[in-house]
Design a protein around this ligand. Structure first.
Ligand code: MN
Length: 290
């Protein structure tokens, strides 16, 4: 099933490029705050999924709705650094996610397929694109083994982990600017993906292919990521894992349009614009670009 949030937090099922409004069947109040309707739907999935699977009606054409991020207000947005060997080499990292573990990024940085990336006004710093497969957690996971991990995966989305380059070891600030995590265009439930460990991923900047890889080249795979994260902290329904980016990262500037496409998952096209905020005493420290 392809699940969307649209037009201000309504829940929809996408079939044949049409959106069927299942907000009521999902038990979601689009006006509730915080806007955790999708998180609650994922939590109640076993009770709700049948009603959604059999929802009918003509729906409306996909292009006539405004797609929101498929999940907002997840309890956690987790990222894995240097999880493709070739990206580690281009960054001269000298380490991989296998020994460095994961990081956290602010969930408030999540935006949707109809939104823009707003660059902070930080002269001398580059903002890079990182195209990644997003894993959405389903059943609550604590101390889960790799063998059991996939039973806790709800589905998949496309994700851009936008990042200010710099030598601050702590990544949180550099990755948490508002609009720095475009997510979407929908969640494809796990049953629709043949093998999440063998998906082609591509990022274009304009027409130019900047990143192209396959998830089979992940240093630690999805089961191992769920095992590692859940060994530290409980993973809740709706939590998002950014699984890492392959080689080919590079700077973006206002006017660029980023198109991320992941096989069997989907595609989204995100314009980049210049904003005026985001400068602070830490970001003003001049550091050599890695
Ligand atoms: Mn990343």
């Amino acid at each position: 099933m392809k699940l969307v949030r649209f037009d201000g937090g309504r829940i929809g099922v996408v079939r044949d490029d049409r959106v069927i409004d299942v907000t009521a069947a999902a038990g979601c109040d689009p006006n509730a705050w915080p806007p955790t309707g999708m998180v609650q739907l994922i939590h109640a999935w076993l009770e709700r999924r049948e009603a959604l699977a059999f929802a009918d009606g003509p729906g409306v054409p996909l292009e006539t709705v405004r797609l929101d991020p498929p999940v907002v207000w997840p309890n956690k947005l987790i990222g894995f650094p240097v999880n493709y060997v070739a990206h580690g080499e281009e960054m001269s990292s000298g380490y991989t996610a296998r020994t460095r573990g994961f990081f956290m990024k602010s969930p408030s940085s999540i935006t949707g397929p109809a939104d823009q990336i707003v660059l902070p006004d930080i002269p001398g710093r580059e903002v890079h694109h990182e195209a990644e497969l997003a894993v959405i957690i389903g059943a609550q996971a604590s101390q889960v083994s790799a063998a059991d991990a996939m039973n806790h995966v709800f589905g998949y989305s496309c994700l851009l982990d936008m990042t200010v380059r710099g030598l601050e070891v702590e990544r949180t600030m550099r990755k948490s600017y508002d609009t720095f995590t475009p997510l979407g265009p929908w969640i494809v439930t796990a049953d629709e993906i043949d093998d999440p460990g063998a998906l082609e991923l591509e990022l274009r900047v304009g027409e130019r292919i900047a990143q192209q890889a396959n998830t089979r080249d992940l240093v630690i795979d999805i089961p191992a990521m769920v095992e590692m994260a859940s060994s530290v902290m409980v993973l809740y329904p709706g939590d998002v894992i950014a699984t890492g980016t392959p080689a080919g990262v590079g700077p973006v500037v206002a006017g660029d349009v980023l198109t991320i496409t992941i096989e069997q998952v989907g595609s989204m096209r995100i314009p980049v614009v210049q904003g005026s905020g985001g400068n602070n005493s830490a970001i003003r420290v001049e550091v050599p670009q890695p």
